[in-house]
Design a protein around this ligand. Structure first.
Ligand SMILES: Cc1cc2nc3c(=O)[nH]c(=O)nc-3n(C[C@H](O)[C@H](O)[C@H](O)COP(=O)(O)OP(=O)(O)OC[C@H]3O[C@@H](n4cnc5c(N)ncnc54)[C@H](O)[C@@H]3O)c2cc1C
Length: 353
């Protein structure tokens, strides 16, 4: 038997960050990932946005989460020789008077003061419809497209990657601190399997609310910017004049495939924003792994403590994953107590209805 401290299922942003911080804590890991092409992390634009929702509230724990993410991504950039985090302005076009008023009510107050400004002059006049004006929010993007494969290579070089589909039926739970999978024996296994986690029978108590997002890749001739442009749709510059344009939300969906309905919906939003023609070059879809209370879902199964979960990153995987993973790794190393707000036990302790 090959022995490791921890098997991790999934190498999206969750499994990537958790395996990294477990290694930093001195644990050995084996990451099993099947390379699903349309995982959330492989389709996401990697946006980091300090404010949430229609009321421009500061994002949960942002003042702790963002500086930690920035340091982590800088360390990993140096190690992997990939530029991971790019700080960018989100050029936020007001889609309605209500949203403009909500923004103005919050601008310059509390922690929003650090992250939001009203621009002196309106940019992008020949490209964007913006009769109600725009604001600037200071955010960024995580270059998931290069970061995740580079980290995968790093794991492979350490012989810490198994690039296969994990079969739950083949998992043997030997004791409270041993599981076996094929030729591997581990003290624990942690599921970082994103939306697939919703079908894990051991964690049926978790109230997952997975939701599907669709995205178009579009070319906008002449528009050159490093800003993210946001109205009812978000445009994120990629390479060579292409923009990621997304994303839709659907709670009921028969499968994970792109649909003509959502393409039409996205195109409508693009046309409400752009004054210029564009060309669609691709159409993608993926499922976001969200819990019902929009908080990460972290910890060990109450009856089978060799089984753990790190999931529920929802729409904010790129900002949440580093600090949450570092914290979980410290909990596993008995250096910190698990934050109650993210503990998976909140689901197991709920009264049954
Ligand atoms: C359209 C869209 C846009 C988004 N935009 C943003 C954004 O701009 N910024 C942001 O922060 N977040 C964004 N998100 C959310 C973000 O993508 C998620 O929060 C994050 O990717 C979740 O990461 P994860 O590692 O938990 O799950 P995933 O990325 O889904 O990773 C799970 C991994 O597990 C693997 N896996 C699953 N089951 C198995 C198995 N049985 N065996 C082996 N491997 C397995 C999969 O291959 C995958 O690699 C977006 C999501 C979507 C869908």
């Amino acid at each position: 038997m090959k022995k490791v401290d921890c098997i991790i299922v999934g190498q999206g942003i969750a499994g990537t960050m958790l395996s990294w911080f477990l290694l930093q804590e001195g644990f050995s890991v084996l990451v099993i990932d099947d390379g699903k092409k349309n995982s959330a992390s492989r389709v996401a634009a990697g946006i980091i946005n300090p404010v949430s929702g229609r009321r421009f509230e500061p994002a949960w724990m942002y003042d702790e989460i963002y500086p930690f993410a920035k340091t982590t991504y800088a360390e990993l950039s140096a190690l992997l020789k990939v530029n991971i985090l790019t700080e960018r302005n989100l050029w936020t076009v007001f889609p309605s008077e209500q949203l403009r008023d909500a923004f103005n009510a919050k601008a310059g107050k509390g922690s929003n003061e650090k992250y939001t400004t009203i621009p002196q002059t309106l940019q992008y006049g020949e490209y964007l419809k913006q009769p109600l004006g725009a604001a600037i929010i200071k955010g960024g993007t995580v270059n998931l497209k290069e970061f995740l494969p580079a980290y995968r290579q790093f794991l492979e070089n350490k012989e810490a990657l198994l690039p296969v589909h994990f079969e739950l039926d083949a998992l043997e739970i030997i004791s409270h601190d041993e599981v076996r999978y094929g030729e591997y024996s581990a003290k624990r296994i942690i599921f970082c399997d994103g939306a697939a986690g919703a079908t894990n029978p051991y964690f049926q108590a978790i109230k997952f609310l997975p939701n599907k997002g669709e995205v178009l890749m579009i070319r906008i001739p002449g528009l050159e910017t490093s800003d993210i442009i946001k109205k009812s749709i978000t445009l994120v510059p990629q390479s060579e004049g292409v923009f990621w344009a997304g994303a839709s939300f659907a709670w009921n969906y028969p499968d994970e495939l792109p649909t003509p309905e959502q393409r039409a919906h996205l195109e409508e939003k693009i046309e409400q924003l752009l004054l210029v023609p564009y060309e669609v070059t691709d159409h993608l879809a993926a499922v976001r792994p969200s819990g019902d209370d929009r908080r990460p879902i972290v910890g060990f199964h109450p009856e089978y403590p060799a089984l753990g979960v790190f999931n529920g990153l929802g729409t904010k995987g790129c900002s949440l994953a580093p600090l949450m993973a570092a914290h979980f790794a410290k909990v596993i190393g008995n250096k910190e107590d698990l934050m109650a707000e993210i503990a998976v036990n909140r689901y197991f302790n709920r009264p049954r209805r």
